[in-house]
Write a protein that binds this ligand. Sequence first.
Ligand code: SF4
Length: 297
Amino acid sequence: MEQIPAKTIVTKTKSSEWFGIDYNMNIYKGCCHGCIYCDSRSDCYHIEDFDRVRVKENALQIIRDDLRRKVKKGVVGTGAMSDPYNPFEKKEELTRHALELVDAFGFGAALATKSALVTRDIDVLQDIKEHSPVLIKITITTPRDELSKKVEPYVNPSSMRFDALLRLHEAGIFAGILMMPVLPFIEDSEEDMKLLVKMAHEAGAKFIYAQFGMTLRENQRIWYYDRLKEIFPKEDYVGRYQKQYGSYYECRSQKSANLYRKFVSECEKYGILYDMKSIIHAYKKNYEYKQMSLFDL
Ligand code: SF4
């Protein structure tokens, strides 16, 4: 795999509002999972040839130095710009070794992925959990495998992600679902939303964080529309998007208000958390005293 130079890998986040994450860590650049809606391929991120995964040179050494220099402990997040469990990770084990460093230096971890490979690292996550918060977000945008295979073609289908959630749950890891984006006209039916929440409950998901809609930047929009034409040649989804959203960045499902209301009621029925504040509170709650005493030193 091609290596690219990097000076630093673990960087402070601007705010910890997003899942209480204090630091970002991206070991890989680019992602080969092929999600048709991926925002990370947008021009503004300047990632050429996005589908080709590259790795940062001396990544583990840099991460070790970054973590050693941090004055404050906190939660290290990964999975924002590329999936940390891409197919190369199986052999490279860089995400695994980075988590071992996170553990050794006394930090917490928050991972976002669509791959069941995350379950390989349950033992390391359990070690981290002994001293710091751990949060796993598995993205699932549809409960239906046949649809997930179309919109997220090169990663495990939804059913395998639900299985991964169950394994994490059984191992005592705080895990839930990122249900976003929910593609307008394609994934935004009430029936699918209800089915997804039910399957999440059966898999022991602690939370679902949902947004009924998507964002589209200029070149991402071109890519997305081209894929829609290829995958659904008989449907005029592109025409419907153009009519409904024009060149808007925010493309909210027309049904979003109603869907969200019903989603909340489904989550409450099963005792699944759905708002950011409660999710952060729940996965960090047993560590507040320990964290405060560390910060007070
Ligand atoms: S897994 Fe994430 S980063 Fe990778 S293609 Fe899909 S949306 Fe993009």
